[in-house]
Design a protein around this ligand. Structure first.
Ligand code: FES
Ligand SMILES: [Fe+2]
Length: 366
């Protein structure tokens, strides 16, 4: 049985997911597998991003983004051609095609550097449900935004989500990059609303160091860090998002001096693979390119350390996992909270019969 949701689907479909960085979507179509389906990401002449099912509606031939004729995409099977809006500009053998003969189009919105896609039921692609990525500092004036690489991790999205909510692996997995010391929070709270889940931990005051005093000129000898893990929708997570305060006295929070987010944008590629986009945003030392470079390099190492663990887990988890004997410790509470939340989304979709891709199986036989 697939872990951890058994016979349920491994992820909710009626969500906005990250499809690509804005700069990746151009006038040349790009093919990417998202939620198990091949998708063409393309920009129309007016600059609008489109996302089209990369399968010809005649006999469902996969479309090759390199097969362009006069800027239109040609189907390799019988030669139908489509433009960047998905409209048919030439039917096979120049026959008359019905107006419905077009590439399936998914809803897309651009927010800051993110191209977000809705691959669930078209009638539920509500703009009001677009995750507020600006809350994480993406595409917001006054924030420094550094976009990392996109990679494909050979692990199901639920493993990646739970790993980001799991602070207890840091000592074992990231001893050199994040440090092995585990500090107890002085307070911890979970905040949930219909669109987000946040776990906020306020750490005890610590001595500030030279680097932090250089980056934050108003910082004194001691500082307090408030770490936040926040999930927007089903796959946009700020992990170790943190606010740094000048400590007025030991364990007493003073002035907010800066915010720093490590943003992870996760999208199911297939049942066992995940697209992993990262970005780092901050409100302090915004002109410091060397600091950005250091953060990007360190974050890439951290993600690689996580990916190695998650891919090893993915290889065996369905063969060995037994939910009846799985042991959960207090330190797993946040990850279990995230699991329950995703399970609720999947169950809600299943109850309404909406957790399946639209495709040729929807059509009645001729
Ligand atoms: S399958 Fe594309 S034109 Fe026939
Ligand atoms: Fe990690």
């Amino acid at each position: 049985m697939p872990y951890p949701f058994g016979d349920r689907p491994g992820f909710p479909r009626n969500q906005w997911y990250m499809a690509a960085w804005s700069h990746e979507v151009t006038r040349a179509p790009m093919r990417r597998t998202l939620l198990g389906q091949p998708v063409l990401l393309w920009r129309q002449a007016d600059g609008r991003a489109t996302a089209l099912l990369a399968a010809c509606p005649h006999r469902w031939m996969p479309l090759d983004p390199a097969r362009l004729v006069d800027g239109d995409l040609e189907c390799p099977y019988h030669g139908a051609r489509f433009d960047a809006s998905g409209a048919c500009v030439r039917a096979p053998l120049d026959q008359r095609a019905p107006p419905s003969f077009a590439l399936r189009r998914f809803s897309v919105v651009e927010r800051g550097p993110c191209v977000l896609i809705w691959m669930g039921d078209g009638d539920r692609a509500e703009p009001s449900r677009v995750p507020p990525v600006e809350r994480l500092g993406l595409g917001v004036a006054g924030w420094r935004q550094d976009v990392g690489a996109h990679q494909s991790v050979a692990a199901r999205i639920q493993l990646v989500i739970e790993n980001l909510f799991d602070q207890s692996h840091i000592g074992a997995v990231h001893p050199a990059t994040l440090g092995g010391a585990h500090a107890e929070a002085i307070s911890s709270e979970v905040v949930e609303d219909p669109h987000s889940l946040s776990v906020i931990r306020t750490m005890p005051s610590i001595a500030s160091d030279d680097l932090m005093r250089t980056l934050m000129p108003n910082l004194g000898d001691r500082m307090i860090n408030r770490a936040r893990i926040e999930m927007l929708g089903a796959g946009i997570i700020a992990s170790l998002g943190s606010q740094t305060f000048a400590a007025e006295e030991v364990d007493s929070i003073g002035l907010l001096l800066g915010e720093l987010n490590f943003v992870h944008l996760l999208t199911p590629e297939t049942a066992g693979r995940t697209h992993y986009f990262t970005a780092i945003t901050r409100t302090f030392a915004c002109d410091d390119d060397a600091f950005s470079q250091m953060l990007l390099e360190r974050n890439a190492l951290i993600v690689a350390e996580d990916a190695a663990v998650l891919e090893a887990l993915e290889d065996v988890v369905d063969a060995v996992a037994d939910r009846r004997t799985e042991v959960t410790f207090a330190s797993d509470a946040a990850a279990i909270c995230a699991r329950r939340r995703i399970a609720d989304m999947i169950d809600e979709e299943r109850a309404s019969g909406r957790n399946r891709p639209h495709g040729c199986l929807d059509a009645p036989p001729p």
